[in-house]
Design a protein around this ligand. Sequence first.
Ligand code: F6R
Length: 609
Amino acid sequence: MCGIVGYNGSKRAVDILLDGLARLEYRGYDSAGVAIRDKEIEVFKAKGKLTNLKEKLQDKELKGTIGIGHTRWATHGEPSEVNAHPHVSNDGNVTLVHNGIIENYQELIQKLGRHDYKLYSETDTEVLTNIIDYYYKKYKMGPIDAINRTMVRVRGSYAIAVMFKEHPDELWVARKDSPMIIGEAEDGYYVASDVPAILKYTNKVYYIDNLEAACLKKDKVIFYDLNGDEVQKELKEIKWDVSAAEKEGYEHFMIKEINEQPDVVKKTINSFVKEDGIDLSATGLTVEEIKKFKQIYIVACGSAYHVGVCAQYVLEDLTRIPVRVEIASEFRYRKPILDKNGLVIIISQSGETADSLAALREAKNQGVKTLAIVNVVGSSIAREANHVLYTLAGPEIAVATTKAFSTQLIAAYVLAIQMAYVKKKIKDDVYLELLEELKTIPDKIQDILKTLTTKIQRLSSKFAGIKDAFYIGRGLDYAISLEGSLKLKEVSYIHSEAYAAGELKHGTISLIEDGTLVIGIATQEEILEKTISNLVEVKSRGAYVVGVVPKNVDVSKVANYTIEIPETNKYFYPSLTVIPLQLLGYYITVSRGLDVDKPRNLAKSVTVE
Ligand code: F6R
């Protein structure tokens, strides 16, 4: 959830580290720090945003070409300069930055206490730094031995970048359950916890596996396993475009990413929908396997979970296979009983979400097939799942997901349609009709962006001061209400709830009073009248009703304001209704003067429990 950048090469390290950290600020941003080595290692840290650190470094002449940097999202210890990384061992022998959590750090504090180590911060990272120092001095067998002994001794998740005082030309890294890549360029080697940090410098990367370490020199990198033996790795190419990680004239990443949706949705559709139908061969999922699945479990967190809720309606309806959708943090601890003929689908943009990864491992432990819908190539979930369906959203920088969500929806549709076809639940004509309609979705999203952006911006300015909002709908409209509500509350800090429209009257309707904003989504023909009745119920209690409906549905009698979207097949409406809801979340937040790309307390990829 924090960000790590490292460099060992021929350029000035401080420039590369600060630039990389700026690109990672979305991962965590309550403090930042760098350690640069020229002759000695110098550490600089600052509380708050990265600009504070930049100011501190303004007049410094830092010529060093090797260094590590970090932006922090506090776990152990409040956000402060003392708790910020890099941390330094007692006598300055080891300097380290860390992402993740060391679970047995209390026990390790006792151990360090017995050996007269003194700690200056409240962080588990400082403990880790001193444990490495302890093993380094005790066994005197060099960095890899000290790192490996530490990896065996600590519990938790970590990606670390380390400099040893006695090894001035080396930068060391290691990881377990926390992402980290190593980039190779002509000028040297780069380390990053996330691709956008180094994409400007190189798209050639090595992936380090769990419990592996690496030593980066200026002209080579050596990988090691837990025994200290060298491991050979293949250099991989990242296909993301550098410009995708830049704002390119947009005020915020969130609005840029909202506007990228027609393009990335189209790319994702085209990667699976070919002239004669859907081709899932890239996922490795075979027709025989699909035929055998008797039960589907979808497990994910946050917005990815909302995709799961949408997918449940579509998959069940089309394939008639029972589908259960679950929040990963619940699934992993409730000892789920899984059908051996089932398929567990994990949905994750980052591919690193700790709970989703744990859910995947639980499914694999039970011998159940897993399929991951993931955006980041080479991420932990992508590497560990039996099958992977990649979404082609490109790098998503804004904390609140938009374009990744839309591509995940496409992945879910493609899977549902193909499974239904293979299981002979839909005939050729329906199959082809669905695919034809799916191909129109990018243009329909574009149409919404073109015709509705200004309208929604105006509407949003009216709601900048509200305290509560409710999103209601039935079926797929309820699923997208969940996402619309999250999109508003996570960036604007306005309390908002999503409710199944028919459930509102069982308690929550008592919260509706004069002027309460209720967004009613009504696209599903079979249950349209029921949803409209629910809107009438809130309207008559004083709610200000905004209806989100297809052009052929008239809610003018009940809605105070109507947002009209193009018509489509009933299954695909979430791809269209989500767009105005994203715009509403974005513009309400902007009119409240908040930093929409970096909402308080949130980080992009949640690699801790
Ligand atoms: C909300 C949001 C989060 C993520 C969730 C899962 O806008 O982005 O709710 O959807 O943290 O993240 P991934 O998809 O990376 O597993």
